[in-house]
Design a protein around this ligand. Structure first.
Ligand SMILES: NC(=O)c1ccc[n+]([C@@H]2O[C@H](COP(=O)([O-])OP(=O)(O)OC[C@H]3O[C@@H](n4cnc5c(N)ncnc54)[C@H](OP(=O)(O)O)[C@@H]3O)[C@@H](O)[C@H]2O)c1
Length: 310
């Protein structure tokens, strides 16, 4: 038996519930993983919010794209063995005590990386790699990161610094020390953002990453970056495409970057395992407090990953 979280309707966190199911044995090329930690992401809450459609046929809906755990059964040709410690991304239904997943989704967990950190690394990390690659961020560039204090933002800031870029990142004032710590120059979002960034970078900004989806983030990026192919958004699926910027991820008309994101996993695990990339965990929750985790992520101001510990 496995404990799973599912959304039984469309709405707020109150539609989430935990129940037990019978888990199938892993088939060819699959493994069963006992989940030690599962990453929570805003997309998990958006999926059942109704804002991405409310098809009754999709209910009940399993949630969770990333986990870290231990292989407890290995199907034929999985290439993994019972006892292997793995990080699995991208999967579905990761909010669970146990999952059966394709072995291709599972990579070895570096021993130095904690369970919670490992479970919170790959979705944000791979998304950040996609934005930096799509905008060709390289040594010597000045990059503006909107939402540098968020889950994707902290990854994008650190990875841009590793690429040798100068990073200017937006956040609320209480997160400015965090941004400095990650290697960025902080600015507050809100009225006057364009002027504040211009004052910091009078010679211009080479690329911009919109990780928040506000009109302000798009307008400031368009005003500062001459080459629109060096602006990317992961959260504006409306005006951004018409403006000629790169729209990335799962939204309508966006480039999902499936292969690029899958290929990024190994490097991300290496960087995190060697301590060059940090995953900040804000809070952990037992599985039956998943609704509390979702209320918190829904506020849009967490400064570290929220992690479920089944
Ligand atoms: N397309 C994709 O592939 C993809 C992948 C992952 C995530 N996403 C989306 O990208 C967004 C960010 O994800 P995440 O996991 O990083 O979320 P998160 O951890 O909740 O981070 C939210 C960030 O937004 C900032 N913020 C909040 N209100 C703001 C405002 N009015 N103006 C500017 N910044 C503001 C927060 O800053 P402070 O806390 O400092 O105020 C924080 O840095 C979400 O919408 C998510 O669904 C898309």
């Amino acid at each position: 038996m496995a404990k799973i979280v599912e959304a039984t309707g469309y709405g707020g966190a109150e539609v989430l519930s935990v129940r037990e199911i019978e888990l199938p044995e892993p088939g060819v090329g699959q493994v069963r993983v006992t989940v030690r930690a599962a990453g929570v992401n805003p997309a998990d809450a958006k999926a059942y919010s109704g804002q991405m459609g409310a098809d009754p046929a999709s209910l009940p809906m399993r949630l969770g794209f990333e986990v870290a755990g231990v292989v407890t059964a290995a199907g034929e040709d999985s290439g993994l063995a019972v006892g292997d410690e793995v990080v699995a991304f991208r999967i579905s239904g990761g909010y669970a005590s146990d999952v059966v997943v394709s072995a291709t989704a599972a990579l070895p967990k570096p021993a130095s990386l904690g369970w919670a950190e490992a479970a919170g690394l790959l979705l944000t990390g791979a998304t950040a790699v996609h934005t930096l690659t799509a905008t060709a961020v390289a040594e010597g560039d000045t990059v503006l990161v909107h939402g540098g204090s968020g889950g994707v933002g902290q990854m994008a800031v650190q990875l841009a610094v590793i690429r040798g870029a100068r990073v200017i990142a937006t956040a609320g004032p209480r997160n400015h020390d965090l941004l400095r710590d990650l290697g960025a120059e902080p600015v507050s979002y809100g009225d006057g953002l364009l002027g504040r960034v211009r004052a910091l970078a009078p010679d211009g900004v080479d690329a911009a990453l919109d990780l928040v989806g506000t009109d302000e983030a798009l307008d400031v990026s368009l005003a500062l970056v001459a080459d629109r192919s060096r602006i990317a958004t992961i959260a504006n699926f409306g005006r951004a495409g018409q403006a000629g910027v790169k729209v990335l991820g799962g939204g309508p008309g966006a480039d999902p970057g499936t292969e690029l994101r899958a290929a990024a996993r190994g490097d991300l695990l290496d960087l995190a395992g060697s301590g060059r990339l940090r995953v900040r965990v804000q809070q952990t929750f037992p599985l039956d407090r998943v609704a509390d985790a979702h209320r918190l992520i829904g506020e849009g101001h967490t400064t570290g990953k929220l992690i479920l510990l089944p």
